[in-house]
Design a protein around this ligand. Structure first.
Ligand SMILES: NC(=O)C1=CN([C@@H]2O[C@H](COP(=O)(O)OP(=O)(O)OC[C@H]3O[C@@H](n4cnc5c(N)ncnc54)[C@H](OP(=O)(O)O)[C@@H]3O)[C@@H](O)[C@H]2O)C=CC1
Ligand SMILES: CC(=O)N[C@@H](CCC(=O)OP(=O)(O)O)C(=O)O
Length: 310
């Protein structure tokens, strides 16, 4: 029997992209809800309870409600793409490359929380340096980022694409999250193994898909003797043996004049760069990804496949 997959929120931005990735998969049976019934709680409850894996592509509150709908069902497994369960101790964090043991944790989990798009970049850069002893306890980490506007879901897409929208956004690039209380900070802190919450400043550019996450650091304030080379080596060792996260060689990074935020649009991989001048005082760590690829839908499909491999 083919595993039954239900995407709750399949007509939204993340859900649609997961559906696209599953098109043509003859190894799966996709359960589907008509678009007009997408908020029909009774139909959703029925489909959620009929699935082997339910992928939640909903706002946080609706995700919590969906989890409650399967509370009495000890068979259905869940992947939640929302923020609702990303620091919950009994949910596996769905970032397979963050540790060598993480794929097995995801494979065997009943409940998997898909990481946020920004945290995928930030944790991807920070965690290996914490584990290697390069980034000291208490270092004041900052994370600056730009996302494609699909990161804001249907509402932001309409605000940017619909010229007649009542709350139209016409800026080519804008900062938001200005009170510095973004919902992604707790997962960056927890899974980045940080003692102090990072200062996180996100922004949106007028392009649909793509993302740059930057973590600038002072070399003097890292472990004694840290260089661009030793940071690069720690990342390269951490990500050896897998094909999703690519640590770009230092010599290749040194030749680049600029980074295009849309370079990986449509792809489910992530590139990590180490920038700076040998002998200089600073290093800028950069992650490049698609907010809807490795940042959301691509990661969800990767997690589903891991869970199905159990
Ligand atoms: N977009 C991105 O890049 C990323 C998104 N995520 C997360 O994925 C989740 C979905 O986001 P996204 O796809 O962008 O959002 P969208 O707004 O594009 O889609 C959400 C979908 O959920 C539906 N929905 C909302 N409330 C309910 C409800 N109570 N019951 C049933 N359906 C409901 C919406 O229907 P309706 O059209 O009626 O509103 C819509 O179809 C969010 O938690 C988001 O934070 C995570 C990483 C990246
Ligand atoms: C551009 C934009 O608005 N982005 C969203 C994050 C998108 C995302 O990653 O969703 P999760 O919060 O579920 O992780 C935001 O900042 O809230």
């Amino acid at each position: 029997m083919k595993p039954k997959i239900f995407i709750d929120g399949e007509h939204g931005t993340t859900g649609l992209q997961i559906r696209t990735r599953m098109a043509g998969r003859s190894d799966l049976e996709l359960l589907s809800i008509p678009e007009a019934e997408r908020r029909n709680a009774a139909m959703r409850e029925d489909l959620l309870n009929s699935a082997d894996i339910a992928i939640l592509c909903l706002p946080d509150d609706a995700s919590r409600e969906a989890v409650a709908m399967v509370a009495g069902n000890n068979r259905v497994r869940i992947i939640d793409t929302s923020t609702a369960h990303r620091v919950a101790p009994d949910w596996a964090y769905g970032f397979a490359e963050m540790d060598k043991t993480q794929p097995a944790k995801i494979r065997d989990a009943r409940h998997v929380s898909n990481p946020g798009c920004y945290p995928t970049g930030a944790i991807g850069l920070i965690r290996p340096l914490r584990q290697a002893g390069i980034l000291p306890d208490g270092y004041p980490v900052t994370v600056n980022a730009v996302s494609g506007y699909t990161g804001g879901g249907k509402q932001m897409i309409a605000q940017i694409e619909d010229e007649n929208h009542a709350d139209r956004i016409s800026a080519p690039h804008f900062l938001y999250g200005l009170p510095l209380k973004h919902k992604h900070v707790p997962e960056m802190k927890m899974h980045g193994l940080l003692e102090r919450a990072p200062v996180f400043s996100p922004s949106v550019g007028k392009f649909a898909q793509g993302m740059i996450v930057q973590v600038p650091l002072y070399l003097d304030d890292l472990a004694a003797g840290t260089t661009l080379e030793s940071i690069h080596a720690a990342l390269a060792v951490h990500y050896a043996g897998q094909s999703i996260v690519d640590v770009v060689p230092l010599a290749e990074s040194a030749r680049l004049a600029r980074i295009d935020a849309t370079e990986l649009a449509g792809m489910d991989t992530m590139k990590l760069f180490v920038f700076g001048t040998p002998g200089g005082a600073h290093v800028n760590l950069v992650a490049l990804l698609d907010n809807l690829g490795k940042g959301a839908s691509g990661a969800a499909v990767q997690n589903m496949d891991l869970m199905l491999s159990a």
